[in-house]
Design a protein around this ligand. Structure first.
Ligand code: 13P
Ligand code: SF4
Length: 345
């Protein structure tokens, strides 16, 4: 690549005119210069997955963000994920290739609306799915992800009511698995998973009657009831390694990348229409632009960050992914001899 092609170009559109190999070389060069790490969610486009240093589900990504030694985190996912990285790593710069990549489920609940519900149920604990804003997390007792929601809810005394926001489908799944009747669920949902319906599963199973079925817990109960496994996106990646014939009920980009990884297997999307357009806003061109321009930086008010951190750390403690530093470790952190977050399992 010539020197001229390495010059910083003004807009992501200029970058999209460059060949993929040039973009990858720019990304690598700038990553080294900034000591940056690229964290990518499992729903990212395959070309983004290819350049990600870590690929995973919300829990794995938050653990990685809490523990990384990089100075800059470039987050290829949606806004709440990048925000979570900033909450857990306040000393690092967190960049998003496209700040419009939001999660519509997170927008179902606001801080003020949650405060009103809390006022109606003063003794209830608030469990907040990570697909939420930092402001909402700061109003919560503890966060959860799709892979630890049952464990998090089980950590709360059985006789205490729980306000669960914002996903009604995940709330129903957790209520079902824990046998709890005292869960007050918010009326939010994910349009990608909630749109998957039983007739689609029936049609796939008619063609592949011997296939096992795995469904994401953001889907409706009638689908979860028919699943052999209910798990997070990273749980699905593990199951694909173990099974030869699997119907996968989640965003279809994940199924496409698994099919690329295992061409000899029969991995079938439960719904061909299940696509998260928000996740797909990130492109290789925008990622290269983001690194070259060191934008778009995620910024958070410190009091909100601290509140959200408390709820997220509580979740990580329950998930074996982060342990509070001992007194000696805290002392070493204070004098700069130990990095914050080294307790990651
Ligand atoms: P996972 O944590 O299972 O990756 O889910 C995140 C998400 O947004 C699913 O729609
Ligand atoms: Fe949000 Fe659904 Fe997209 Fe996940 S798939 S990021 S929950 S809109």
């Amino acid at each position: 690549m010539s020197r001229a092609t390495l010059d910083i170009l003004p807009t992501p559109l200029d970058y999209s005119a460059l060949p993929a190999e040039d973009l990858k070389a720019r990304i690598q060069r700038k990553k080294e210069e900034l000591n940056a790490v690229i964290l990518g969610h499992n729903y990212q486009r395959i070309e983004i997955q290819d350049v990600s240093d870590y690929l995973g589900d919300s829990l794995g990504l938050s653990q990685e963000a809490a523990d990384t030694s990089a100075d800059v985190i470039v987050f290829c996912g949606v806004h709440f994920m990048a925000e979570t990285a900033k909450v857990l790593s306040p000393g690092k710069r967190v960049l998003m290739p496209d700040p419009r990549a939001g999660c519509p489920m997170a927008d179902f609940v606001t801080r003020d609306a949650l405060r009103r519900l809390k006022a109606e149920h003063e003794d209830a604990a608030v469990v907040t799915y990570v697909n939420s804003t930092a402001e909402v997390k700061a109003e919560s007792n503890v966060c959860c992800t799709s892979s630890n929601a049952v464990r998090v809810v089980e950590s709360i005394p059985r006789d205490q009511s729980i306000i669960f926001v914002p996903d009604k489908n995940l709330a129903a799944y957790v209520a079902d698995r824990t046998g709890r009747e005292n869960i007050i669920a918010w009326d939010g949902y994910c349009y990608v998973h909630d749109d998957m319906v039983l007739v689609e599963l029936d049609a796939v199973l008619q063609a592949h009657p011997d296939a096992k079925v795995v469904v994401h817990p953001e889907a409706r109960k009638d689908l979860l009831d028919r699943a052999d496994f209910v798990t997070s996106t990273s749980g699905m990646v593990k199951l694909a390694a173990e099974h030869d014939k699997l119907v996968i009920g989640t965003e279809r980009g994940l199924v496409d990348s698994l099919n690329q990884q295992y061409p000899e297997k029969t991995l079938i999307p439960l719904s061909g229409a299940a696509i998260c357009g928000n996740m797909k806003l990130n492109t290789l061109a925008k990622l290269a632009w983001s690194l070259d321009h060191e934008r778009h930086e995620v910024v958070l008010e410190e009091n909100i960050r601290l509140g959200a951190e408390r709820a997220l750390r509580r979740m990580l403690e329950l998930s074996g992914g982060w342990s509070a530093p001992s007194a000696e470790e805290s002392r070493l952190e204070e004098v700069g001899l130990r990095k914050s977050g080294c307790g990651c399992a």
